[in-house]
Design a protein around this ligand. Sequence first.
Ligand code: NAP
Ligand code: ZN
Length: 348
Amino acid sequence: MTSVAAYAAPSEAAPLEKTMIERRELGSLDVLIDIAFAGICHSDIHTVRGDWGPQSYPLAPGHEITGTVAAVGADVTKHAIGDRVGVGCLVNSCGECRSCLQGEEQFCARGAVFTYGSTDRDGTVTQGGYSEQVVVTESFVVRIPDSLPLDAAAPLLCAGITAYSPLRRWNVGPGTRVAVVGLGGLGHMGVQIAHALGAEVTVLSQTLSKKDDGLRLGADDYRATSDPDTFRALGRSFDVILNTVSAVIDMRSYLGLLDVGGTMVCVGAPGEPLPVQVMSLIGGRRSLAGSNIGGIGETQEMLDFCAEHGIVAEIEVIPASEINAAYERVLASDVRYRFVIDAATIGE
Ligand code: NAP
Ligand code: ZN
């Protein structure tokens, strides 16, 4: 075991603090990564604060990791020392079940091992990317294309793939009318990717305060959901709604924005139930769906797509000492559009 500096939550009610965590010795198929940057995802906040159920503490979050390979195990073939690499939300899975064989490791029947707060195959609890180094089995490490900077690429590892996967699955392309609800980390990736896929994109945000940014990121239209006229004017206007909101929204109003046969895909994951009137679905043969990040192969595909289209996250790089303040800003929807921790400041 090697000790590395990290920022971890000591309990669900306490702020994150600097601590030391253990990384396993390099196994034959493992890659040791010197972490350069780690994005702050709203899921980090939900998890450490217990919104999704009890956790084991101390817990270092972080699943939007970029860095360079510092060492490789004897049998590693995919990565070499010095390579620019990334790790997202997944670090292991059984590799044998139907989902794993289909490249959808996130749905592993034996339980995917998530980057933090998950029990790994060796029985230890995983610790995430708010740290100086991480050891990950090579098949869960992706390549960062040369044209993407490591800081602005970090959020692609979760926010990017979480937007990309459902947009592809629901065949978003030229002629598709897409609404992205919430212009935060996931939402601002959804707007850029849907636009690059050729769709007609509308942002539905609480206010118009970020309208200029939304249009610059590729939206064709931008509406405030605090204005009741929005829901009257846009009834039956969309084929796909990507719901990225981290809180409960009034589903009846939003489902009414779907055209006949349209689908709302929920990626936002509030801890409380989202109440749905079945009539909102029946009345327009509408579908309500969910989507969970994406598989490792699809994550590489998304990174290559972003490189080809010049897409990265809009970021605010912060020192580790500002993580707790950044959490408060994310909770207040005051993020433009992802905080990224400079890992060089973690050990300071
Ligand atoms: P974020 O940066 O905080 O963005 C969420 C956005 O939702 C906010 O910027 C805000 O946008 C809107 N919002 C927040 N509270 C709202 C409210 N009460 N009513 C209406 N809109 C509200 O968070 P994120 O990192 O993008 O994550 C969003 C959600 O997705 C979280 O629940 C996270 O856990 C989840 N997530 C899921 C997956 C998955 O695989 N399914 C992966 C990653 C994250 P406006 O200011 O524009 O209104
Ligand atoms: Zn995330």
